[in-house]
Design a binder for this molecule. Structure first.
Ligand code: ASP
Length: 324
């Protein structure tokens, strides 16, 4: 008798699960990266995507849809069919800062997504072209204050991580350098290496290799502790700018309405990627901070996005980037 009831309940539960969710994924999955190839969002997407593909048994294909500080690609992702075949790699800019900077933003980071999970924390570094005159962070501060009018600062578009975090820095230093927008900090970094721009603030995963190779200069990491990926690089506190503290993150989202079973499969694949030794090494070598335990759940990411939107609006208002 009990058996029959249990069997019946199981059949009902199965019937409630749409067929698409049961067989998911049966074809490749597109992961929208809202910036140019080669930058940190793209690199993180490709690293975790590769392992997720293996778990899911289907290829995750990265599609770079750049523009408007990442909001173009995320708008497209938010409007995609919520069937698990279009997901996206968002970040602190697209899902934290953008609402404060784009009054007509066509998505609400807190409402229009099914959060999948955090992919990596990414501390911010202040970096410059290798022949930029200042040698230390204190020299950098004095130099940019004295020469702000002729200095170029690269970023990945209004609302991007590089834009918002350097806007914070500019405000603290009371400088207004010329800002040069790129479609991602991959191309911005190329120009920094080439000496076409002077400095930028960016996510560590984009910078470690070029800093180690001496192709660019790094002044400090804006976190309370040094990164094991660049142990010689001082923190902003050690280097004399303790008020400049900022760290970013990247995370995977699906459009709102994606079935719970599919969200669970994607979250499981992401978590397996973050537990895989080779994937961890690739992220850690680039200075990424790997989410652990409950930080990997969709619920955590949903709450985190809410707190990030609430955190960034007053910061950007105070920095004069948003009308009060
Ligand atoms: N790091 C970039 C930003 O500034 C974007 C990118 O991943 O290329 O938002």
């Amino acid at each position: 008798m009990t058996r029959t009831i249990l069997g019946l309940l199981a059949a009902v539960a199965l019937a409630a699960t749409p067929a698409t969710a049961q067989t998911y994924p049966s074809r490749p999955i597109v992961m929208i990266v809202p910036f140019a190839a080669g930058g940190p969002t793209d690199v993180i997407a490709r690293i975790v995507g590769e392992h997720m593909s293996r778990t899911l048994g289907q290829q995750i294909v990265v599609e770079n849809v750049a523009g408007a500080g990442g909001t173009t690609g995320i708008t497209r992702g938010a409007q995609a069919t919520p069937d698990g075949y279009t997901i996206m790699m968002g970040h602190m800019g697209t899902h934290g800062a953008a609402p404060a900077l784009y009054p007509r933003l066509r998505y609400d980071p807190t409402k229009d997504f099914a959060p999948i999970g955090l992919a990596a924390g990414t501390p911010i570094l202040i970096v410059a072209r290798k022949n930029f005159p200042p040698k230390t962070l204190q020299e950098f501060v004095a130099y940019v204050k004295a020469n702000a009018a002729k200095i170029n600062q690269a970023h990945a578009g209004v609302g991007s991580v590089s834009h918002t975090t350097c806007t914070m820095l500019d405000h603290q230093l009371a400088i207004k350098p010329t800002q040069v927008a790129y479609r991602g900090t991959g191309p911005a970094l190329n120009d920094l290496v080439g000496g076409q721009v002077d400095f930028m603030c960016d996510q560590i995963v984009n910078l470690v290799e070029q800093v180690k190779a001496g192709a660019i200069k790094a002044y400090a990491i804006a976190t309370p502790v040094r990164s094991p990926a660049l142990p010689d690089l001082p923190t902003t506190t050690e280097a004399g700018l303790p008020d400049y503290q900022v760290s970013a993150w990247n995370a995977v989202f699906a459009p709102k309405g994606t079935p719970g079973e599919i969200v669970a499969k994607l979250n499981d694949a992401l978590s397996k990627a973050l537990s895989d030794a080779a994937t961890r090494k690739r992220l850690l070598d680039l200075g990424g901070v790997i989410p652990e335990g409950k930080e990997r759940t969709p619920e955590y990411l949903g709450d985190f996005v809410k707190s990030e939107v609430a955190r960034w609006t007053p910061i950007l208002k105070a920095a004069g980037a948003v009308a009060n």
